[in-house]
Design a protein around this ligand. Structure first.
Ligand SMILES: NC(=O)c1ccc[n+]([C@@H]2O[C@H](COP(=O)([O-])OP(=O)(O)OC[C@H]3O[C@@H](n4cnc5c(N)ncnc54)[C@H](OP(=O)(O)O)[C@@H]3O)[C@@H](O)[C@H]2O)c1
Length: 311
């Protein structure tokens, strides 16, 4: 085995899924403060194809070619100088820039160590899923026991966790999904599920304290009217319409705060206790990365799509 090389996905121009190519490249060496992670699962999140399409060049300026991927789980393969808290063989997850590869050199502080009871598969779905749900509900949304929350795309990577966390917090949960996913969303604890394809949620929901919107567009537009005055709409897809918010006497928020390490540790504890379940979706080998992106772009299905670079 050539230990100085690895397989990675490279993008040399912005465009559709055909710009994703698997290539052999040099395996990185961990610098001081970094560890080399052998990536078991890379999270395949909608952000990845938004970046690949070139839509977010202002927010994520990249030098081409780049290796996609923001988050992953895996094991520590080697440790750079000055790293005391992580050791070879530790199971970890976290922020892994260039996660669509067999290995990545990662600052040690960007990683969280996993207890044995949490699988690497589940851990790969925490960042940009569970942590985003936490952020939307509690940091942005200030959700309190006894309140009512409307969670859109409740079967998705963010939504499935938001439903469970909101329920645990003592809220009444209304959730939207398509017919195939209604039972799944109900099983997560939603009190009321709405098939967004056959029913207008704006007619069936009212008096809502918080809307968590991972869809945007027309879904956002129809969400203002379900909120109580003084309520909050948290969008995860863009700056919500300030004029609509003012007209309805509600607060609109987008990405003002992010979940921190302490919240990640609480999420890991909940998973380890069995109090929070994360369903992962399809798992693709690196060689099928184009198919994975095309599937994600359809915005259908349940849970988080993963790439498995070692397969
Ligand atoms: N700003 C942030 O911090 C942040 C963090 C995480 C995610 N995001 C963004 O949030 C969005 C969602 O992320 P995700 O990972 O949860 O996506 P995802 O897993 O790809 O979402 C797929 C889900 O969306 C549902 N869906 C699609 N259209 C819908 C509609 N009109 N109404 C209700 N449900 C609908 C689908 O349900 P069915 O299969 O039942 O149709 C499917 O379950 C993405 O745009 C992502 O970039 C932002």
């Amino acid at each position: 085995m050539n230990t100085s090389a690895m397989q990675a996905v490279l993008v040399d121009r912005y465009g559709d899924a055909d710009v994703l190519n698997v290539q052999e490249v040099a395996r990185p060496l961990p610098q001081p403060g970094e560890v080399l992670v052998r990536i078991r699962y890379a999270s395949m999140i909608p952000l990845d194809w938004k970046v690949r399409r070139g839509w977010l060049q202002q927010v994520f300026p990249l030098v081409l070619p780049y290796v996609p991927g923001f988050y992953a789980s895996g094991t520590v393969e080697s440790v750079g100088e000055g790293v005391a808290d992580l050791h070879v063989g530790d199971r970890v997850f976290g922020d892994v820039r260039g996660a669509y590869a067999q290995y990545a050199a990662v600052p040690a502080e960007a990683l969280v160590k996993l207890p044995d009871s949490v699988s690497l598969e589940t851990a790969a779905a925490i960042k940009a899923g569970a942590d985003s749900a936490w952020k939307a509900l509690f940091l942005e949304g200030d959700l309190q026991a006894g309140q009512t929350v409307l969670i859109h795309a409740a079967a998705g990577g963010v939504g499935q966790v938001a439903v469970q966390l909101a329920k645990r917090a003592g809220a009444t949960v209304i959730a939207t999904a398509s017919a195939d996913n209604l039972e799944f969303v109900r099983s997560l604890g939603a009190d009321k599920v709405i098939d967004y394809r056959s029913e207008d949620f704006a007619q069936s929901a009212s008096g809502v304290d918080l809307v968590v919107d991972t869809v945007g567009g027309d879904t956002e537009l129809r969400s203002w009217g379900v909120l109580k005055r003084g309520g909050i709409l948290v969008s995860l897809v863009g700056d919500p319409d300030a004029e609509q918010a003012a007209a309805h006497g509600v607060t609109a928020k987008f990405n003002t705060r992010f979940a921190e390490r302490e919240h990640l540790l609480q999420i890991v504890d909940l998973i380890a206790e069995g109090a929070l379940k994360i369903e992962t979706g399809r798992v693709y080998p690196l060689s099928e990365v184009r198919e994975a992106h095309r599937f994600s772009e359809q915005r259908r299905g349940r849970g988080r799509i993963l790439l498995a670079p070692q397969e």
